[in-house]
Structures are given as structure tokens and as C-alpha cells.
Design a protein around this ligand. Structure first.
Ligand code: PLP
Length: 338
């Protein structure tokens, strides 16, 4: 039995999700006539108590559309130095929005209001004008770390004082909300735009949503078309999203428990160095002594256990809804025997 821990994007739709997809009512969504896409967008907007939502093919697209909507060419975007928007979106901030980035060295992917304050440029012709602050929750390269909501509120205050929009890359926001006992509404109140992924821990094959005010989503819809992201009978995909929002959120707790179990097993091994604190479904740890990260990745792959060496010394493992209790038991025995 293979155990795929490379990412929570490797999930395949369950029979029940497929059934929802096959039986979806559809229309041409570019004409606004796909009832299932419209239902998904309303459902998500309601959960966050935000005015509107826009269904897109990927989280890269929802982030990039948001950045494009919020900024003008030549402006600067403030984000943490390992943010997905900065390091994993193909240089999109420069390519799509003609903006530059001011990176902050945060704590496991999280930044503070003091960091933001210090990063905002003064009104000086030598400097780029600051155009946007972007946060990531959970922080992928921070090992699935979660923000303290109080800090988010302080960052919001700082953005308001400086008239800056605040975007959230919430690819795994559901993981954060489940882990911290938070709700979507509190996020909807604070952020000007939120991107959420349906194809990560929630287990759909495709899709992300961008949330924001009515005018913002109107502009975003235009940019989605320009980016080539207008889809026709997308209701087949949106149906998977509705199924996921209705059925796959609370179960994320299991993934979080599984990740902690793997971390506990690893912590007893002499070839394991620092393990980033586990809060959600991502586990990042260092290898030392016997293994480089690449050696470790290959050693596990020989037994059908797939992980990713994200740096010469670090391995990332991600749990998700296709990783069963039985697989976790098998993996832990394997680690114990190494
Ligand atoms: C996966 C991910 C995204 C979006 O990725 P796509 O593959 O384009 O859907 C955005 N932000 C973070 C933090 C992610 O992990």
C-alpha cells in the first residue's frame, strides 16, 4: 500500500464526491448561467459573511487576481519571505501586476504588526509606494503554522492606519480554523480579500475561491477572464467544492492528529533534528547524521512512502483525507524500524 505524503493536493475524489459531480446542474459560467457555480460562490460568501465569491481553477490564480486587483504597477507588496505568493507562483507578482515585493523574515511564515509597520515605505519619491499586505494562514513553509488571531487584528489596524488593503492566502485556512477553533466569519470581517483552496485538505480535484466585496469581485471576474480562467460548465467542478464544504471540514482534525503522531515517532530517532511545531497537517523536520533529506526521501520511496525534500536538510510530509489510520500505523512502524 503506497502512502503519499508529498502534498494534500494528491487526494482523489471519493465516490460520494464523484456522484455529486456527475449529477450537477450546469450552464455556461462565463455567462453567469451555471447554477452550481453560483451556489458554490454563494455558499462560500455566506460562510465568510463576505459579499461575493469567485470560483477559479487554482489558488495561484485567486492570489494573483487579488494582487492584480489591489495594486498599481510599480507598487510594493509586503509578505513573509517564504510566502507562496512570492516563492511558488512563478514570479507572478512581477509578471502579472508589475509590482515588487518587500519580504519580511517572520517566525515560521508568520509576520507581526510591528514587522508590517517597519516595512511600509514613507511617501518619498525614492521609494516604491506600498500597495498591499499579504498574509498566509496556515503558513505552508512554516510547517502548517497558524496565526494568533490577535496579531491579525493588530496587522489590520496597521493597514487601516496606512490605508492598505489586506489579503489572505488561505489555501489551508480551514486547517487553521479547525485547529484554533475559529470561524470563517471572523476572517471575513478582517480581510479585504481571501483566497481559499478546495483542492488541498478538502479533497476536490480542482478549484479555489476568491472572496471580497461586490466591486472587488466584479473587477476580479474581469481579470479572471483576462488570465484565461473563465470556465464554461464548471458546475461539475463546483459540485465537488460544495460537497467538500459540507462534508470535509471537520474531519481535518484527523489529519492534524495523524501529523502529531508521525512527529512523535520521528522525535525519538537520532537522525532527526529540529521538528517544526506541529499545529495542522504539515510536518517539516530536519535530518542529521545518517541521512541527507534526499537520502531519506529515497529510502522511504523504496517502500512506497512518498515525501518531499524541501531543502538539503528538510523533509516535508503532509497528511490528508486519503491517508488512513492504517497507513499512519504502518508509517510509524516503518520509522521505528529505521
Ligand atoms: C497550494 C497553495 C496555493 C495555491 O496553489 P495552486 O496549486 O495554484 O492551487 C496557494 N498558497 C499556498 C500557501 C499553497 O500551499
Amino acid at each position: 500500500m503506497n502512502i503519499d505524503l508529498r502534498s494534500d493536493t494528491f487526494t482523489k475524489p471519493s465516490p460520494a464526491m464523484l456522484e455529486a459531480m456527475f449529477t450537477a446542474r450546469v450552464g455556461d459560467d462565463v455567462f453567469g448561467e451555471d447554477p452550481t457555480v453560483n451556489d458554490l460562490e454563494s455558499l462560500a460568501a455566506n460562510m465568510f459573511q463576505m459579499e461575493e465569491a469567485l470560483f477559479c481553477p487554482s489558488g495561484t490564480m485567486t492570489n494573483q487576481i487579488a494582487i492584480k486587483c489591489h495594486t498599481q504597477p510599480g507598487q510594493e507588496v509586503i509578505c513573509e519571505k517564504l510566502s507562496h505568493v512570492y516563492i511558488y507562483e512563478g514570479g507572478g507578482i512581477a509578471f502579472n501586476s508589475n509590482c515588487q515585493v518587500k519580504t519580511i523574515e517572520g517566525d515560521q511564515g508568520r509576520i507581526t504588526s510591528n514587522n508590517v509597520k517597519a516595512a511600509i515605505n514613507p511617501d518619498d519619491v525614492h521609494k516604491a509606494s506600498t500597495g498591499l499586505v499579504s498574509l498566509e494562514n496556515t503558513a505552508n513553509r512554516g510547517g502548517g503554522s497558524c496565526y494568533d488571531f490577535e496579531e491579525i487584528l493588530k496587522i489590520k489596524e496597521c493597514c487601516l492606519e496606512n490605508k492598505l488593503p489586506l489579503h489572505l492566502d488561505g489555501a489551508r485556512l480551514w486547517n487553521a480554523m479547525v485547529a484554533k477553533g475559529e470561524n470563517a466569519k471572523q476572517y471575513g470581517e478582517v480581510f479585504d480579500s481571501i483566497s481559499i483552496c478546495l483542492s488541498k485538505g478538502l479533497g476536490t480535484p480542482v478549484g479555489s475561491l476568491l472572496l471580497g466585496k461586490k466591486d472587488f469581485i466584479k473587477k476580479a471576474r474581469r481579470i479572471r477572464k483576462v488570465f484565461g480562467g473563465g470556465m464554461r460548465q464548471a458546475g461539475y467542478l463546483a459540485a465537488a467544492g460544495i460537497y467538500a464544504l459540507e462534508n470535509n471540514i471537520q474531519r481535518l482534525e484527523q489529519d492534524h492528529r495523524h501529523t502529531k503522531q508521525i512527529a512523535a515517532a520521528l522525535s525519538k530517532k537520532d537522525f532527526v533534528g529540529t521538528i517544526l511545531p506541529v499545529e495542522t497537517n504539515i510536518l517539516i523536520f530536519e535530518l542529521k547524521g545518517r541521512f541527507t533529506a534526499k537520502d531519506f526521501e529515497m529510502e522511504l520511496a523504496k517502500s512506497g512512502i512518498y515525501t518531499i525534500a524541501i531543502s538539503p536538510t528538510q523533509i516535508r510530509m503532509v497528511t490528508h483525507l486519503d491517508v488512513t489510520e492504517q497507513m499512519i500505523t504502518q508509517l510509524i512502524s516503518f520509522i521505528e524500524a529505521l
